[in-house]
Write a protein that binds this ligand. Structure first.
Ligand SMILES: Nc1ncnc2c1ncn2[C@@H]1O[C@H](COP(=O)(O)OP(=O)(O)O)[C@@H](O)[C@H]1O
Ligand SMILES: [Mg+2]
Length: 268
Protein backbone atom coordinates (compact mmCIF):
# COMPACT_ATOMS: atom_id res chain seq x y z
CA UNK A 1 0.00 0.00 0.00
CA UNK A 2 1.26 3.48 -0.74
CA UNK A 3 2.14 5.75 2.16
CA UNK A 4 0.33 8.89 1.03
CA UNK A 5 -2.74 8.33 -1.06
CA UNK A 6 -4.66 11.13 -2.72
CA UNK A 7 -7.95 9.90 -4.13
CA UNK A 8 -9.81 12.18 -6.52
CA UNK A 9 -9.02 15.08 -4.23
CA UNK A 10 -10.66 18.40 -5.04
CA UNK A 11 -10.19 21.54 -2.97
CA UNK A 12 -12.17 24.73 -3.40
CA UNK A 13 -11.43 28.20 -2.07
CA UNK A 14 -13.41 31.41 -2.16
CA UNK A 15 -12.25 34.42 -4.11
CA UNK A 16 -11.36 37.18 -1.69
CA UNK A 17 -13.68 39.94 -2.93
CA UNK A 18 -16.56 38.21 -4.68
CA UNK A 19 -16.64 35.27 -2.26
CA UNK A 20 -17.25 33.09 -5.30
CA UNK A 21 -16.04 29.50 -4.89
CA UNK A 22 -13.44 28.17 -7.32
CA UNK A 23 -11.66 24.88 -7.79
CA UNK A 24 -8.03 25.11 -6.71
CA UNK A 25 -7.30 21.45 -7.43
CA UNK A 26 -9.51 19.14 -9.39
CA UNK A 27 -9.78 15.40 -8.68
CA UNK A 28 -6.11 14.71 -8.06
CA UNK A 29 -5.11 11.10 -7.53
CA UNK A 30 -1.56 10.39 -6.49
CA UNK A 31 0.09 7.52 -4.67
CA UNK A 32 3.37 8.18 -2.88
CA UNK A 33 5.33 5.07 -1.95
CA UNK A 34 6.69 4.68 1.56
CA UNK A 35 10.28 5.89 1.73
CA UNK A 36 10.19 7.66 -1.61
CA UNK A 37 11.04 11.28 -2.39
CA UNK A 38 8.51 12.94 -4.64
CA UNK A 39 9.03 16.45 -6.00
CA UNK A 40 6.13 18.61 -7.20
CA UNK A 41 6.65 21.30 -9.83
CA UNK A 42 4.28 23.55 -11.75
CA UNK A 43 3.61 27.19 -12.43
CA UNK A 44 2.61 29.53 -9.67
CA UNK A 45 -0.99 29.13 -8.55
CA UNK A 46 -1.46 25.58 -9.85
CA UNK A 47 -2.17 24.23 -6.38
CA UNK A 48 1.16 22.83 -5.18
CA UNK A 49 0.84 24.28 -1.69
CA UNK A 50 -2.78 23.20 -1.53
CA UNK A 51 -1.74 19.63 -2.27
CA UNK A 52 0.63 19.66 0.73
CA UNK A 53 -1.75 21.49 3.04
CA UNK A 54 -4.38 18.83 2.34
CA UNK A 55 -1.98 16.09 3.47
CA UNK A 56 -1.33 18.04 6.68
CA UNK A 57 -5.05 18.44 7.30
CA UNK A 58 -4.76 22.22 6.98
CA UNK A 59 -7.26 22.47 4.13
CA UNK A 60 -10.32 20.25 3.85
CA UNK A 61 -11.26 18.34 0.71
CA UNK A 62 -14.33 19.54 -1.17
CA UNK A 63 -14.52 15.97 -2.40
CA UNK A 64 -12.20 12.98 -2.51
CA UNK A 65 -9.69 12.21 0.22
CA UNK A 66 -6.08 12.04 1.39
CA UNK A 67 -4.85 9.22 3.57
CA UNK A 68 -1.51 8.64 5.28
CA UNK A 69 -0.72 5.04 6.09
CA UNK A 70 -4.30 4.12 5.27
CA UNK A 71 -5.80 6.56 7.80
CA UNK A 72 -7.79 9.47 6.37
CA UNK A 73 -6.48 12.97 7.05
CA UNK A 74 -9.59 14.80 8.12
CA UNK A 75 -8.30 17.76 10.09
CA UNK A 76 -5.14 19.17 11.68
CA UNK A 77 -5.72 17.34 14.96
CA UNK A 78 -6.29 13.90 13.51
CA UNK A 79 -3.93 11.02 14.04
CA UNK A 80 -3.16 10.82 10.32
CA UNK A 81 -2.25 14.53 10.20
CA UNK A 82 0.12 14.02 13.14
CA UNK A 83 2.09 11.56 11.02
CA UNK A 84 3.48 14.40 8.93
CA UNK A 85 5.46 17.56 9.56
CA UNK A 86 5.60 20.58 7.29
CA UNK A 87 8.46 22.88 6.33
CA UNK A 88 7.42 26.21 4.79
CA UNK A 89 9.37 28.57 2.56
CA UNK A 90 9.46 31.46 4.96
CA UNK A 91 11.30 30.29 7.98
CA UNK A 92 8.27 30.33 10.23
CA UNK A 93 10.37 30.66 13.36
CA UNK A 94 9.40 32.39 16.57
CA UNK A 95 11.69 35.45 16.72
CA UNK A 96 11.74 35.60 20.52
CA UNK A 97 12.87 32.00 20.89
CA UNK A 98 16.36 30.67 20.37
CA UNK A 99 17.23 27.93 17.90
CA UNK A 100 16.80 25.40 20.70
CA UNK A 101 13.56 27.06 21.78
CA UNK A 102 12.19 26.90 18.25
CA UNK A 103 13.00 23.23 17.77
CA UNK A 104 11.62 22.48 21.24
CA UNK A 105 8.47 24.36 20.30
CA UNK A 106 7.68 21.82 17.58
CA UNK A 107 7.90 19.08 20.20
CA UNK A 108 5.88 21.00 22.79
CA UNK A 109 3.13 21.42 20.19
CA UNK A 110 2.98 17.68 19.76
CA UNK A 111 2.87 17.18 23.52
CA UNK A 112 5.99 15.12 23.74
CA UNK A 113 6.92 14.20 27.28
CA UNK A 114 8.81 17.07 28.89
CA UNK A 115 11.88 15.21 30.12
CA UNK A 116 13.71 14.57 26.91
CA UNK A 117 12.57 17.59 24.89
CA UNK A 118 15.83 19.49 25.14
CA UNK A 119 17.96 16.46 24.51
CA UNK A 120 15.93 15.50 21.49
CA UNK A 121 15.88 19.04 20.12
CA UNK A 122 19.64 19.31 20.49
CA UNK A 123 20.14 16.04 18.68
CA UNK A 124 18.34 17.38 15.62
CA UNK A 125 20.02 20.78 15.84
CA UNK A 126 23.31 18.92 15.74
CA UNK A 127 22.11 16.85 12.78
CA UNK A 128 21.49 19.96 10.67
CA UNK A 129 24.90 21.36 11.56
CA UNK A 130 23.83 24.07 14.02
CA UNK A 131 25.25 22.64 17.24
CA UNK A 132 27.17 25.86 17.90
CA UNK A 133 24.13 28.06 17.36
CA UNK A 134 21.55 26.52 19.71
CA UNK A 135 21.26 29.70 21.78
CA UNK A 136 21.13 32.12 18.84
CA UNK A 137 17.94 33.93 17.91
CA UNK A 138 16.54 33.71 14.35
CA UNK A 139 17.61 37.26 13.42
CA UNK A 140 21.21 36.32 14.18
CA UNK A 141 21.18 33.59 11.54
CA UNK A 142 21.50 33.57 7.75
CA UNK A 143 18.55 32.49 5.58
CA UNK A 144 20.11 29.08 5.04
CA UNK A 145 20.65 28.59 8.76
CA UNK A 146 17.06 29.57 9.49
CA UNK A 147 15.84 26.96 7.04
CA UNK A 148 18.06 24.39 8.76
CA UNK A 149 16.26 25.23 12.01
CA UNK A 150 12.94 24.74 10.24
CA UNK A 151 14.06 21.36 8.96
CA UNK A 152 15.35 20.36 12.40
CA UNK A 153 12.01 21.37 13.90
CA UNK A 154 10.16 19.16 11.42
CA UNK A 155 12.55 16.21 11.82
CA UNK A 156 12.55 16.41 15.61
CA UNK A 157 8.92 15.31 15.84
CA UNK A 158 10.04 12.22 13.95
CA UNK A 159 7.24 12.33 11.43
CA UNK A 160 6.58 9.50 9.00
CA UNK A 161 6.08 12.03 6.24
CA UNK A 162 7.94 15.25 5.50
CA UNK A 163 5.96 17.88 3.61
CA UNK A 164 8.21 20.62 2.28
CA UNK A 165 6.77 23.65 0.50
CA UNK A 166 9.56 25.39 -1.42
CA UNK A 167 11.80 25.22 1.64
CA UNK A 168 14.73 26.75 -0.24
CA UNK A 169 12.68 29.20 -2.30
CA UNK A 170 13.94 32.26 -0.49
CA UNK A 171 17.62 31.31 -0.64
CA UNK A 172 20.27 32.36 -3.14
CA UNK A 173 21.30 29.80 -5.76
CA UNK A 174 24.50 28.76 -4.05
CA UNK A 175 23.01 28.29 -0.58
CA UNK A 176 20.14 26.48 -2.22
CA UNK A 177 22.48 23.94 -3.77
CA UNK A 178 24.27 23.36 -0.47
CA UNK A 179 20.94 22.91 1.31
CA UNK A 180 19.73 20.49 -1.36
CA UNK A 181 22.81 18.37 -0.81
CA UNK A 182 22.39 18.44 2.95
CA UNK A 183 18.75 17.52 2.72
CA UNK A 184 19.62 14.57 0.52
CA UNK A 185 22.22 13.32 3.03
CA UNK A 186 19.67 13.62 5.85
CA UNK A 187 16.99 11.92 3.81
CA UNK A 188 19.27 9.08 2.76
CA UNK A 189 19.84 8.20 6.42
CA UNK A 190 16.30 7.16 7.23
CA UNK A 191 14.33 7.69 4.03
CA UNK A 192 11.23 9.30 5.33
CA UNK A 193 8.50 9.63 2.78
CA UNK A 194 8.96 13.13 1.36
CA UNK A 195 6.74 15.42 -0.70
CA UNK A 196 8.76 18.42 -1.82
CA UNK A 197 7.50 21.44 -3.75
CA UNK A 198 10.01 23.41 -5.78
CA UNK A 199 10.10 25.62 -8.85
CA UNK A 200 13.68 24.57 -9.57
CA UNK A 201 13.80 21.82 -12.19
CA UNK A 202 17.35 20.70 -11.39
CA UNK A 203 16.57 20.56 -7.68
CA UNK A 204 13.48 18.44 -8.36
CA UNK A 205 15.40 15.88 -10.44
CA UNK A 206 18.44 15.86 -8.19
CA UNK A 207 16.41 15.06 -5.08
CA UNK A 208 13.51 12.98 -6.25
CA UNK A 209 12.51 9.46 -7.23
CA UNK A 210 9.52 10.93 -9.02
CA UNK A 211 8.67 14.40 -10.25
CA UNK A 212 5.00 15.31 -10.41
CA UNK A 213 4.20 18.05 -12.92
CA UNK A 214 1.07 20.00 -12.11
CA UNK A 215 -1.02 22.01 -14.53
CA UNK A 216 -3.38 24.82 -13.67
CA UNK A 217 -6.88 26.20 -13.99
CA UNK A 218 -7.82 24.10 -12.20
CA UNK A 219 -4.85 22.40 -10.59
CA UNK A 220 -4.29 18.87 -11.86
CA UNK A 221 -1.49 16.40 -12.44
CA UNK A 222 -0.20 16.56 -16.00
CA UNK A 223 2.77 14.29 -15.91
CA UNK A 224 4.83 12.11 -13.60
CA UNK A 225 8.48 11.50 -14.39
CA UNK A 226 10.42 8.65 -12.86
CA UNK A 227 13.96 9.62 -11.95
CA UNK A 228 15.99 6.43 -12.01
CA UNK A 229 19.36 8.00 -11.26
CA UNK A 230 21.39 5.89 -8.82
CA UNK A 231 21.72 6.88 -5.15
CA UNK A 232 23.48 8.18 -3.21
CA UNK A 233 23.58 11.15 -5.57
CA UNK A 234 26.28 13.76 -5.73
CA UNK A 235 26.25 17.00 -7.74
CA UNK A 236 28.24 15.26 -10.52
CA UNK A 237 24.99 13.66 -11.58
CA UNK A 238 23.81 17.05 -12.90
CA UNK A 239 26.13 16.67 -15.88
CA UNK A 240 25.18 13.10 -16.72
CA UNK A 241 23.39 12.33 -19.98
CA UNK A 242 20.49 10.78 -18.06
CA UNK A 243 20.06 13.96 -16.01
CA UNK A 244 20.18 16.19 -19.08
CA UNK A 245 17.54 14.05 -20.80
CA UNK A 246 15.25 14.25 -17.75
CA UNK A 247 15.75 18.00 -17.55
CA UNK A 248 14.74 18.37 -21.20
CA UNK A 249 11.65 16.23 -20.72
CA UNK A 250 10.62 18.17 -17.62
CA UNK A 251 11.16 21.51 -19.37
CA UNK A 252 8.94 20.39 -22.22
CA UNK A 253 6.26 19.24 -19.84
CA UNK A 254 6.29 22.58 -18.04
CA UNK A 255 6.56 24.60 -21.26
CA UNK A 256 3.20 23.32 -22.53
CA UNK A 257 1.58 24.91 -19.54
CA UNK A 258 3.49 28.14 -20.01
CA UNK A 259 2.49 28.27 -23.69
CA UNK A 260 -1.16 27.85 -22.75
CA UNK A 261 -0.79 30.63 -20.21
CA UNK A 262 0.76 32.99 -22.78
CA UNK A 263 -2.07 32.29 -25.17
CA UNK A 264 -4.63 33.23 -22.53
CA UNK A 265 -2.79 36.50 -21.85
CA UNK A 266 -2.54 37.33 -25.53
CA UNK A 267 -6.23 36.68 -26.16
CA UNK A 268 -7.30 38.64 -23.08
N1 LIG B 1 -6.64 30.48 1.45
C1 LIG B 1 -6.95 30.75 0.18
N2 LIG B 1 -8.07 31.41 -0.15
C2 LIG B 1 -8.39 31.67 -1.42
N3 LIG B 1 -7.65 31.30 -2.49
C3 LIG B 1 -6.50 30.64 -2.23
C4 LIG B 1 -6.09 30.32 -0.89
N4 LIG B 1 -4.90 29.65 -0.97
C5 LIG B 1 -4.59 29.56 -2.27
N5 LIG B 1 -5.54 30.14 -3.04
C6 LIG B 1 -5.58 30.16 -4.51
O1 LIG B 1 -5.66 28.81 -4.94
C7 LIG B 1 -4.84 28.58 -6.08
C8 LIG B 1 -3.76 27.55 -5.75
O2 LIG B 1 -2.93 28.10 -4.75
P1 LIG B 1 -1.61 27.39 -4.22
O3 LIG B 1 -1.96 26.01 -3.79
O4 LIG B 1 -1.01 28.29 -3.22
O5 LIG B 1 -0.72 27.32 -5.54
P2 LIG B 1 0.88 27.19 -5.70
O6 LIG B 1 1.44 26.75 -4.40
O7 LIG B 1 1.06 26.20 -6.80
O8 LIG B 1 1.37 28.54 -6.11
C9 LIG B 1 -4.28 29.94 -6.46
O9 LIG B 1 -5.14 30.51 -7.42
C10 LIG B 1 -4.34 30.72 -5.16
O10 LIG B 1 -4.46 32.10 -5.40
MG1 LIG C 1 2.84 27.59 -3.13
Amino acid sequence: MSHIEYRHLSVTYRRPKTDEAFLAIDRISLAVERGSFVAVVGSSGCGKSTLLLAAAGLVAPASGSVAIGGAPVSGPGTEAAARSAMVFQDASLLPWRTVLGNVRFGLEMRRWSRDDLTERALRYIHMVGLADFADYHPHQLSGGMRQRVNIARALAVEPEVLLMDEPFGALDAQTREVMGNELLRLWERDRKTALFVTHDIDEAIFLADKVVVMGRDPGCIKDVLTVDLPRPRTPDVLDSAAFVALRRRLRESLAEDMAALRLVTEVA
